[in-house]
Design a protein around this ligand. Structure first.
Ligand SMILES: C[S@@+](CC[C@H](N)C(=O)[O-])C[C@H]1O[C@@H](n2cnc3c(N)ncnc32)[C@H](O)[C@@H]1O
Length: 298
C-alpha cells in the first residue's frame, strides 16, 4: 500500500535538534521514524551523523524506505518495535549517543490506513499498528470483553467520564449483532453521553477511541519497556529525548526519568517539559498537545 496524501508534519524539530546535542559523527536512534520527518531534519544539518531508524508499522516502514533510504549511506532502517531496542542495538552493533522517541501515531494512521483509528471514517475497527502481528484488534476487545473490563479500560486508558454508560450500551448492542465498524461504535457512544458532551471542542468519541487504540497496541507497556531499554543502551553522556501527546504516556516518561535520576543513572537536562511555540501550535494544530522531556545518561 502506498502512502498517497497524508503529510505528517514533525513537531518540535528545532528543539529536538538542540536537545539531542548532536556532535560530528554521532550515532543516533530515531525509535519512531515514521516518514522520517525528524531524521531528515537531522541529516540535512549534520550529514556525517549515523541514524538507526525503527518503525513498527510495516506499511509505513516500506514507504519510509522508499522515501529516505537514499538520503544517506549512514542510515539503517529496521521494521520492528522499539520494545526490542536492546536486541536491535546488539544486532547492528550500534551504541547510540542520542535517542529520540516521538510517541503515538502518524497522520497516515488516521487519514489513509483504513484500520479504524478515526471516528470520522467508517472503517473496520482494527487499530493495530502492525496487523502482521497476531493480537487482539479493537473489534475483538469490543465484542469479547465483559462490561466491567470495558468500563475499566475506557475509564483508565481514555479517562472517559461516561465509560460506564458506553460499556453498558456496547454489551446491549452486541447482543443483537457484533460491532465491526467505527460508525457503529460512534453511534453507541453518541447514545451513551449527554447532549452537552457533544458540543464541546473535543469530539465525544475521542476518548473511547484513544482507550481502544492504547489497549490494542499495549502502548503504555511499550513506552515503559522502550524507555527503560533506551536508558540501558545509551552511551554515558548520551541524550534521550521523548515527545508524548497524551497525559498517561507523559506520566510514565516522567516517573521513569525521576526513578532513574534517583538511582543516579540519568540527570535531567531540562526541568519539566518543553512545549511547542505559539507559532508552531498555530501552523500545526497536532503539535498542541506535544510535551518533550530530556535526560542525559551519567
Ligand atoms: C508520531 S509518529 C513519529 C513521527 C516522526 N518523528 C516523523 O517526524 O515523521 C509515531 C510513529 O511511531 C510508530 N510506532 C508506534 N509504536 C511503535 C513501536 N512500539 N515501535 C516502533 N514504532 C512505533 C508509529 O507507527 C508512527 O509511525
Amino acid at each position: 500500500m502506498k502512502i498517497e496524501n497524508s503529510v505528517h508534519i514533525p513537531v518540535l524539530v528545532k528543539e529536538v535538534l538542540e536537545y539531542l546535542n548532536i556532535r560530528p559523527g554521532a550515532k543516533l536512534i530515531d525509535a519512531t521514524i515514521n516518514g522520517g520527518g525528524h531524521t531528515k531534519a537531522i541529516l540535512e544539518k549534520y550529514s556525517d551523523v549515523k541514524i538507526l531508524g525503527i518503525e513498527w508499522d510495516p506499511v509505513i516502514f516500506e514507504n519510509c524506505k522508499l522515501k529516505i533510504e537514499n538520503l544517506s549511506q549512514n542510515l539503517i532502517l529496521v521494521n520492528d518495535s522499539y520494545v526490542n531496542l536492546k536486541n536491535i542495538v546488539e544486532k547492528y552493533q550500534f551504541e547510540p549517543d542520542g535517542i529520540l522517541f516521538d510517541l503515538g501515531l502518524s497522520s497516515w494512521h488516521y487519514e489513509e490506513s483504513g484500520r479504524g483509528f478515526s471516528f470520522r471514517k467508517n472503517e473496520i475497527l482494527d487499530m493495530r499498528f502492525n496487523p502482521e502481528v497476531e493480537h487482539e484488534s479493537a473489534a475483538d476487545i469490543v465484542n469479547k470483553y465483559s462490561e466491567n473490563d470495558l468500563r475499566e479500560l475506557i475509564s483508565s486508558l481514555g479517562e472517559e467520564q461516561f465509560a460506564g454508560n458506553i460499556a453498558k450500551n456496547i454489551i446491549r448492542t452486541r447482543r443483537e449483532k457484533p460491532i465491526i465498524m467505527t460508525d457503529e461504535l460512534v453511534n453507541i457512544i453518541s447514545q451513551s453521553v449527554p447532549e452537552w458532551y457533544k458540543h464541546r471542542k473535543i469530539h465525544f468519541a475521542t476518548k473511547t477511541f484513544q482507550a481502544l487504540r492504547v489497549a490494542v497496541n499495549d502502548e503504555l507497556g511499550n513506552v515503559r519497556k522502550g524507555i527503560l531499554a533506551a536508558i540501558d543502551v545509551l552511551k554515558p553522556g548520551g541524550r534521550l529525548v521523548v515527545i508524548s501527546f497524551q497525559g498517561l504516556e507523559d506520566k510514565i516518561v516522567k516517573e521513569i526519568f525521576k526513578e532513574k535520576t534517583r538511582e543516579g543513572i540519568v540527570e535531567f537536562v531540562i526541568k519539566g517539559t518543553v512545549r511547542p511555540t505559539w507559532e508552531e501550535q498555530k501552523t500545526n494544530p497536532r503539535s498542541r498537545s506535544a510535551k518533550m522531556k530530556v535526560v542525559q545518561k551519567i
